[in-house]
Design a protein around this ligand. Structure first.
Ligand code: GLN
Length: 540
């Protein structure tokens, strides 16, 4: 069988959840034993989102091979349980960078370099790249942005060309649109969808299937009307109704027969029915929790729900694993201080201090660590959260009053967190952090070792600063346990406080590897510790 290519575009509005639809379809096809991956093409000129503020674009997701990518790749990995890579996220910036580099090398032999064909050729090359590895039967490409935007036009043009260059049964186009409900008229409206499909068709791309995001059920008449006006087969207009969980969407898509339409058009014969038992079991646990906990997520990008996406999702997975509803309360680190800590954190069963960069909100994060440490509240620090746990310990247990990370105070007399050696000569910001998967050796007898149940783990990283090993001995003497270390470099990866009910902090980002079917063990045990905390506090 040839590799099959499915393209997902979006119309009418952004944030309709193209990533979730792409991932849901991929899940259904994978559950029918096809080898599937998903890639995202983003229309911005940044080479990757690594240099973007989370307020601009939500969380930056990191892959095993150290690519800083769009958060949709997190959904792909979580839904499919596969690893994505650098090749799975392409931006306009990357495309232009390649073309301009080639131009400087003289590769175009004196030709005028143009959007068509040179940029579109490079887009097409990348759209087909993963298919050439022979590892996949189906490649789903999510085209970022909204059809009609000037900036995503070259992607749509590349799709148009591919549509004719490959056999008809190898290409499929899905358009995701919004059907707004007008309360005053008590009606669902199809006009924006009609216009969006017209726009797509004017660019030469004909959608095979239209998926309609909607708050209310679409009647057969409405579906028929959309099919008629948008020139797609009757029956190829399906609904994606607001779901109680994103993990329910694959089942909703199955009920709409999306996978059947796709395999039929792509002429893929003899597939078994989807095996979705593990997903259904997860959803069942998620829907019927027996316990409940309140967890504080202390960060500085809390206004934007997507800024800590992988952490939020990890709590969903870990909650389901414990039959526990985890209420995550985002707390603005900037608003937190020793005076209001009791009011803001006192009722929490656990405190997680989030990753981050720069000075804003740091003192609030330190205050959250202190509160958790002194009150025996389960604590989990991630990356900057770990670094601030170390700073707090140095200040308040060791008595190094001005202890700090040199990220914010290069003149501190106690640089307990300092720039990594190989970062000192780095001047370029993009893609130069310590990124991707590294090994961590766990120390026997520690909480981390008990939780993971193994000697060596691999987790993903994204940082420039590290625990300063000059402080190893005084910290250990004062009661901080180093429970995980990089076996090759000696970099400290995990710290914990054995004198505390549950206090663990990691330099790496465990949240990137959590999936519904394989919840991340540190999150699972943190939630468990929060459950015990709730029990003991309600007994008081
Ligand atoms: N700013 C810190 C560093 O670069 C932490 C980064 C993070 O939390 N991802 O080391």
């Amino acid at each position: 069988m040839n590799t099959k290519y499915i393209f997902v575009t979006g119309g009418v509005a952004s944030s309709l959840g193209k990533g979730i639809i792409a991932a849901s379809l991929a899940k259904l096809l994978q559950a029918r034993r096809l080898r599937v991956t998903i890639q995202k093409f983003d229309p911005y000129i940044n080479i990757d989102p690594g240099t973007l503020n989370p307020y601009e674009h939500g969380e930056c997701y990191v892959t095993e091979d150290g690519a800083e990518t769009d958060l949709d790749l997190g959904h792909y990995e979580r839904f499919l349980g596969i690893h994505t890579s650098k090749a799975n996220n392409v931006t306009t910036g990357k495309i232009y960078h390649t073309v301009i580099t080639k131009e400087r090398e003289g590769a175009y032999l004196g030709k005028t370099v143009q959007i068509v064909p040179h940029i579109t050729d490079e887009i097409k090359r990348r759209m087909l790249l993963l298919g050439k590895t022979g590892e996949y039967d189906v490649i789903i490409t999510e085209v970022g942005g909204t059809v009609g935007d000037m900036e995503s036009q070259p992607f749509v043009e590349a799709m148009r060309q591919l549509q004719w260059e490959m056999p008809e049964e190898d290409f499929l186009s899905i358009h995701l649109t919004l059907i707004p409900y007008l309360k005053a008229a008590k009606e669902l409206k199809t006009k924006p969808t009609q216009h969006s499909v017209q726009e797509l068709q004017a660019l030469g791309v004909h959608p095979d299937i239209i998926v309609c995001r909607t708050e209310k059920e679409l009647s057969p008449e409405l579906r028929h009307k959309i099919a008629l006006f948008c020139n797609v087969k009757p029956g190829h207009v399906i609904q994606s109704i607001d779901a109680w969980s994103i993990y329910q969407v694959p089942l909703n898509m199955e009920a709409e027969k999306l996978d059947n339409m796709v395999v039929e058009k792509l002429e893929i014969p003899d597939l078994p029915e989807p095996d979705l038992d593990a997903l259904k079991a997860f959803l069942d646990r998620l829907k019927h929790p027996e316990h409940e906990v309140d967890v504080a997520l202390v960060g500085k990008y809390v206004e934007l729900q997507d800024a800590y996406k992988s952490i939020q999702e990890s709590f969903v997975h870990a909650g389901a694993a414990n039959a526990c509803k985890v209420n995550v309360h985002t707390i603005h680190a900037e608003h937190l201080n020793d005076v209001n800590a009791d009011e803001l954190l006192g009722k929490m069963n656990g405190i997680l201090v989030a990753p981050g960069f720069g000075e804003r909100g740091l003192e609030g994060k330190i205050c959250a660590v202190k509160y958790a440490r002194e009150h025996g509240i389960p604590f989990f620090g991630i990356c900057l959260g770990m670094q601030m746990a170390v700073v707090e310990f140095a200040r308040n247990v060791l008595g190094y009053a001005d202890a700090a990370s040199t990220e914010v105070n290069p003149r501190t007399s106690h640089p307990v967190i300092d720039l990594m050696e190989d970062q000192k000569s780095t001047t370029i910001k993009g893609g130069t952090m310590r990124l991707g998967a590294y090994k961590c050796r766990l120390v026997e007898g520690t909480l981390a070792h008990k939780i993971y149940g193994t000697d060596v783990v691999s987790e993903r990283h994204r940082h420039r600063y590290e625990f300063n090993n000059k402080y190893l001995l005084p910290m250990q003497d004062a009661g901080l346990t180093i429970s995980g270390v990089n076996p090759d470099t000696g970099l400290v990866e995990i710290v914990e406080l054995p004198s505390h009910p549950f206090f663990i902090a990691t330099q790496f980002h465990p949240e990137y590897k959590s999936t519904p079917e394989h919840p991340q063990p540190l999150f699972v045990h943190f939630v468990r510790a929060c459950m015990s905390n709730r029990l003991t506090s309600s007994n008081i």
